[in-house]
Design a protein around this ligand. Sequence first.
Ligand SMILES: Cc1cc2nc3c(=O)[nH]c(=O)nc-3n(C[C@H](O)[C@H](O)[C@H](O)COP(=O)(O)OP(=O)(O)OC[C@H]3O[C@@H](n4cnc5c(N)ncnc54)[C@H](O)[C@@H]3O)c2cc1C
Length: 375
Amino acid sequence: MESCDVLIVGGGPAGSTLAWKLRTAGLDVLILDKKTFPRDKTCAGWITPAVVETLKLDTADYARGRVFQPIRRFVTGIIGGKEVHTGYDAPVSYGIRRFEFDDYLLQRCGARVALGEPFKNLKHDGDGWVVNDKLRAPLVIGAGGHFCPVARYLGANLGADEQIVAAQEIEFEMSAAQQLACNVAEDRPELYFCDDLKGYGWIFRKGNFLNIGLGREDNHKLAEHVSSFCDGLKQRGRIPSDIPTKFHGHAYLLYPLAPRQLVDDGLLLIGDAAGLAYPQSGEGIRPAIESAILAADTILAARGNSRRAQLEPYVAQLTARFGKRLHGEAPPIPGRFAQQLKQTLANWLLRREWFARHVVIDRWFLHRQQPPLPG
Ligand SMILES: Cc1cc2nc3c(=O)[nH]c(=O)nc-3n(C[C@H](O)[C@H](O)[C@H](O)COP(=O)(O)OP(=O)(O)OC[C@H]3O[C@@H](n4cnc5c(N)ncnc54)[C@H](O)[C@@H]3O)c2cc1C
């Protein structure tokens, strides 16, 4: 039987960030992941400067041989409508490839790893847990993303009674001919909202890689929305006509609507497993690494005591950072007239340059109003 102080299920940004902080404090940490790394993750691969700062990312080292695309401009609008251009003097975000980013963070964190090994079971063992009948730890962290198996042990009814955002995406390396046919600038992601405001599509070029996707608050006819979004982009000569057709789907929870229980005796959830993505943009990497930092603070303050009461401060810290959750209550549904009024108003606002800059980009997508969490 192998043992460690903290066993983390999932080696994505949440898991590797927590491991990095705990290892720095001298704890023995083991990360279990069903995939071998490097591995891909369905994601647009957009990170904000706050992520770079909290992770203390050595950008010169990172950019050596990896995609690290500064972003200085944006195009926003409603799908098929007027395009609004917003520019900045310096980079306000970066494009990365999850294939590279997650592997870099995992290698950097200094934890022991068990890769290519899926989580199978969790059993009580005295004051702690045994995972897969062979790994013993007093504290097990669920960092396995939206479908994290540890979340089930905390009562999550994955995919059943949760209000999810569903998204589909492709990322591929363009051929020379496709690069010529692609009219998307490398430092300028394009974001287009669905006209019912229930989601948005994006095109994001990172060097020779093109990332196209669309996410919506409901899964209904998602593939049709994606295909009509892509058809429109092709008609306007934005993207090559021969992009791959097999999009990858994934789901996530928006923080205010995530009903999951986050801690119990010897168990704690971070990142997408906890359902932390920002509601307007769906950005999840920043909340994932911030939740890991907050969890590390709580775990270190608990000094080896993993009882629920010792882990509760983490939940309070998440609330202080991200606000209150609705705990399963549905948000008020506006009446039909109110919905139409909201749509008309939003359509009008989304054409305005000041709204695009100060609300859509600065607040919703860059979260500039919230200073980075010290890493
Ligand atoms: C289409 C799409 C686009 C997105 N674009 C962005 C973006 O541009 N910027 C942004 O900030 N966020 C984006 N997000 C959200 C972002 O991808 C997530 O919030 C982020 O990956 C969460 O990190 P995590 O470490 O919590 O989980 P993950 O990155 O999902 O990592 C979980 C890890 O757990 C492992 N795992 C899962 N199940 C098991 C198991 N049973 N046993 C062992 N290991 C397991 C997985 O292999 C994986 O390595 C996007 C999401 C989607 C769906």
